[in-house]
Write a protein that binds this ligand. Structure first.
Ligand code: BGC
Length: 234
């Protein structure tokens, strides 16, 4: 957040269930010279996504950058994944990103100034995670969403990039972080030797949102401590 606030961005924070944390963030961004509002919206609901875009336009006049960052996982094997698990994960991680991309892109085209969409996927858009199949299926979908929509929309001034983080110290990884044996195993699989702090991902988002990334579209970048290239050297 530090990086985004210090760039003077006007930020619309989507939250589903933590208004207090959102208020803290709004304050932090304000202290750093940015401006922010919070909107309660469930990215699994299309009407909420549309309201999110509409609120941004109503409040700040336009949408230059859309960051699709919500994600859930069930950590289930292909053999155990229920239809409900599958639907839940695909709804948030793929359908939500698909329509958020569509609604943001329509607004960016309408306003005439174009814009940039940053989809937070995962190393698992390309790299298998056994026992997390619905998640990998959804992230693989986001990989092709960004490539295909990025090609379609490039001439309309909308660029789309995926940022694929590795393991980040956020609540999605609580079960690993709270288990010292699992955490040690994960850390030893990461060439850099540790999980990322959220700011180490936010700083890449800030770059992707900046003019410095103006020639990037329909592609993915990874901030993963080297985990996708990890090898025992045997
Ligand atoms: C997943 C985590 C996993 C990490 C690295 C993330 O996308 O949500 O469960 O630890 O990738 O494999």
């Amino acid at each position: 957040m530090e990086v985004v606030g210090s760039l003077g961005a006007k930020v619309v924070i989507d939250y589903r269930s933590h208004p207090d944390r959102t208020d803290d963030l709004i304050e932090e961004i304000g202290e750093l010279g940015g401006q922010a509002i919070g909107v309660q919206a469930d990215v699994g609901k299309l009407e909420d996504l549309q309201r999110l875009v509409d609120t941004a336009v109503k409040t700040f006049g336009k949408v230059d950058v859309m960051v699709n960052n919500a994600g859930i996982e069930t950590r289930t094997s292909i053999l155990d994944t229920t239809p409900d698990d599958f639907d839940k994960v695909l709804n948030v991680n793929l359908r939500g990103v698909f329509f958020a991309t569509q609604y943001a892109a329509k607004q960016m085209i309408r306003q005439g100034s174009g814009g940039r969409i940053i989809n937070i996927s995962s190393v698992h858009e390309d790299w298998p995670m056994p026992n997390n199949t619905p998640y990998c299926v959804a992230k693989g979908g986001v990989r092709m969403l960004t490539r295909t929509a990025g090609v379609e929309l490039a001439k309309k001034g909308v660029s789309i990039v995926n940022l694929g983080p590795g393991a980040v110290a956020t609540p999605i990884n609580n079960s690993t972080m709270n288990n010292p044996d699992l955490l040690a195993k994960l850390d030893s699989a990461i060439p850099i030797g540790r999980m990322a702090e959220p700011n180490e991902i936010a700083s890449v988002v800030a770059f992707l949102a900046s003019d410095g990334a103006s020639y990037m579209t329909a592609t993915s970048v990874f901030a993963d401590g080297g985990i996708m290239m990890s090898s025992p050297g045997l």
